[in-house]
Design a protein around this ligand. Structure first.
Ligand SMILES: C[S@@+](CC[C@H](N)C(=O)[O-])C[C@H]1O[C@@H](n2cnc3c(N)ncnc32)[C@H](O)[C@@H]1O
Length: 278
C-alpha cells in the first residue's frame, strides 16, 4: 500500500483526503456497485437505520438477536475492529457501545451520509471511510476483528477482500462474516425470489451479475474453505440461521416458509492462525 495509509486516530479530514485518492483506482465491479447503492438501494437502508441503531444487536434479514445467534465475540472491550461494508453503521455502533473501537469502510457515500447522521443523533462516533473494502488504507496488523454483515462478503471479490482482511488482522485475529447461504444462492433465479428447486449451477459459481447492473459474489463452501486456509485462517464455526418465532423480513428474495425449511443465511467465524498462510 506504500505510504497511502491511515492510522487509528487520524482526523476526519485526513480520512476524507484518502477517499479521493482511492476513488480513481476503482475496479469495474466496485464502480458499478457504487452506482447501484448510491442511486437506489441506500434509500431503503436509510429508512431502517434509526431503528437498527436504537436496537440491541441482531443479525441478518430475520433480525435474530445476538442472544440467540452469537455472532459478536463476548468481549469487545478495547478491540480494534474493521467493519467491511459498514452501510449505515449500526453494527459498528453496537461494537462501540460494547467497548470496541470500530472503523467503518463503505463504497457508498449515501450509506455513509446516513451513518454520519445516526452518529450525531445517537452521539456514538467512530471513523467512517468512503472506499473499497478490497483495499483498505490501514497498515498490516491494525485490527483484532474484521467483520462483514452482507457487506464486503457479498459485494467484493473474495479473492481480493479475504486476503486483504488477513493482512489487516493481527496474528490470532478473527474474521466474522454473514452472507446468504449456498443453498439460497443456488435456489434463487436471475429474477424473483428463492424457489424450492435448484436454479443455478454450483460449479463455477463465484460472480453473479444482476439485471440492475450490480455485481455480487458468492463462493461456495469448498472453494471458500480453500481460500480461507490459503490466507492463513482456521474455520472455527459455521452457523446456519433459522429464524425465530414471529420472525419477518422486509426483503423479498426469500420468504419465511423457505427459511424455516433451509438455512437462508450463514455466519462464518474464522481465525488467523499465529503461523500465517499455508
Ligand atoms: C447490504 S449492505 C450491508 C451493510 C450493513 N450491514 C447494512 O445492512 O446496512 C451492503 C453494503 O456494502 C457496501 N459495499 C458494496 N461494495 C463495497 C466495497 N467494494 N467496499 C465497501 N463496501 C461496499 C454497500 O455500499 C452497502 O452499504
Amino acid at each position: 500500500m506504500g505510504g497511502n495509509q491511515l492510522r487509528r486516530g487520524d482526523s476526519r479530514d485526513q480520512v476524507r483526503g484518502m477517499d479521493d485518492r482511492i476513488a480513481g483506482e476503482l475496479p469495474d465491479h466496485v464502480r458499478r456497485n457504487r452506482m447501484v447503492w448510491d442511486s437506489g438501494l441506500s434509500a431503503g437502508f436509510a429508512a431502517r437505520a434509526r431503528r437498527q441503531w436504537a436496537a440491541d444487536p441482531h443479525w441478518g434479514i430475520w433480525a435474530v438477536p445476538q442472544t440467540e445467534l452469537a455472532v459478536l465475540p463476548a468481549d469487545l472491550v478495547g478491540k480494534d475492529v474493521i467493519d467491511l461494508g459498514c452501510g449505515t453503521g449500526y453494527l459498528s455502533a453496537w461494537i462501540a457501545r460494547a467497548g470496541g473501537r470500530p472503523v467503518g469502510i463503505d463504497n457508498s457515500e449515501q450509506q455513509l451520509a446516513t451513518a454520519r447522521a445516526m452518529q450525531d443523533e445517537f452521539d456514538v462516533h467512530f471513523p467512517l471511510l468512503h472506499g473499497n473494502a478490497e483495499q483498505v488504507p490501514f497498515p498490516d496488523a491494525s485490527f483484532d476483528l474484521a467483520i462483514s454483515e452482507h457487506g464486503a462478503v457479498a459485494w467484493c471479490d473474495p479473492y481480493v477482500w479475504i486476503p486483504e482482511a488477513a493482512r489487516l488482522l493481527r496474528p490470532g485475529g478473527e474474521l466474522i462474516f454473514m452472507r446468504n447461504s449456498d443453498l439460497l444462492t443456488l435456489c434463487t433465479p436471475d429474477a424473483g425470489p428463492a424457489e424450492t428447486s435448484l436454479r443455478r449451477d454450483q460449479f463455477g459459481l463465484a460472480r453473479i451479475e444482476d439485471a440492475d447492473g450490480a455485481v455480487i459474489f458468492h463462493l461456495p463452501h469448498g472453494p471458500m474453505i480453500r481460500l480461507l486456509r490459503t490466507c492463513g485462517f482456521v474455520v472455527e464455526e459455521l452457523l446456519e440461521v433459522e429464524p425465530g418465532q414471529g420472525a419477518a423480513t422486509v426483503f423479498d428474495y426469500v420468504d419465511i416458509d423457505w427459511a424455516r425449511r433451509w438455512p437462508s443465511e450463514e455466519v462464518w467465524r474464522v481465525r488467523l492462525s499465529d503461523a500465517g498462510a499455508d
